[in-house]
Design a protein around this ligand. Sequence first.
Ligand SMILES: CC(C)(COP(=O)(O)OP(=O)(O)OC[C@H]1O[C@@H](n2cnc3c(N)ncnc32)[C@H](O)[C@@H]1OP(=O)(O)O)[C@@H](O)C(=O)NCCC(=O)NCCS
Length: 218
Amino acid sequence: MKTNLENGRTLLTALKLAAGPFGSELNIPVGCPVRALLRPVATTPENVVFGDIVAMSEWRNRFVTHFLTEFLATPERTKSWLTDVVGPNGSKILFMVDLPDGTTTGHVGIDFINWETGYAEADAIVRGGEAPKGVMREALLTAISWAKNQLGIKAVGVRVRSNNPALGFYHKIGFTEIARYPLRRIDEPDLVRWVEDIHFKEEEAEHFLVHMMFDSQN
Ligand SMILES: CC(C)(COP(=O)(O)OP(=O)(O)OC[C@H]1O[C@@H](n2cnc3c(N)ncnc32)[C@H](O)[C@@H]1OP(=O)(O)O)[C@@H](O)C(=O)NCCC(=O)NCCS
């Protein structure tokens, strides 16, 4: 008999392989009445959606200092990331957030799934376009419920850079801070990387990485 998590792992892989352009897959409704749809992001070379790649690249550049790696995103680079990194990663899934009028406003993701313990993280939560207030909250809460109900996930965290105003968003929707650690900056060609370093002196740290856990009772 398979456990929930084992079924969840199979479902996640199947969903990613089946994901294609608009209309070719079942999407997850957000809200009732529906306010948005979560559409699994296509990650196979034959199915990737050009519009998604362009939007993701633009939004990644707009919010570059919110993430742990800072670089110039291009559609080519984003496409390679989707097909070579996201696609083969059995612990990560991204959803585009489509509004009922067919426009795409952002994306949400579930990442770092530990298929042994049932721990996962919210990831890649971005609103790049216009959306009615509260849609991103409902989109993320829907993704979390889906991960718990369909994948067997038991606990959901998130890690956020301390300079990111989105910390307030996570607090509002039910995440609680459990720890923060100094980030050390590493400069590489065309890339800045921020890595957690517990030995880095706090007074010298420019930024911290805030660890939060979701509590559905909030
Ligand atoms: C974080 C983000 C997705 C929130 O999108 P949004 O459209 O503002 O979210 P919602 O309208 O669903 O807001 C839900 C609640 O969070 C609150 N909220 C949103 N951003 C907030 C902020 N920066 N500080 C405090 N509260 C915030 C809203 O006011 C709302 O609360 P209310 O219902 O009590 O009024 C958006 O700001 C974003 O894309 N940021 C840039 C990308 C990013 O850094 N993502 C996080 C990476 S870790």
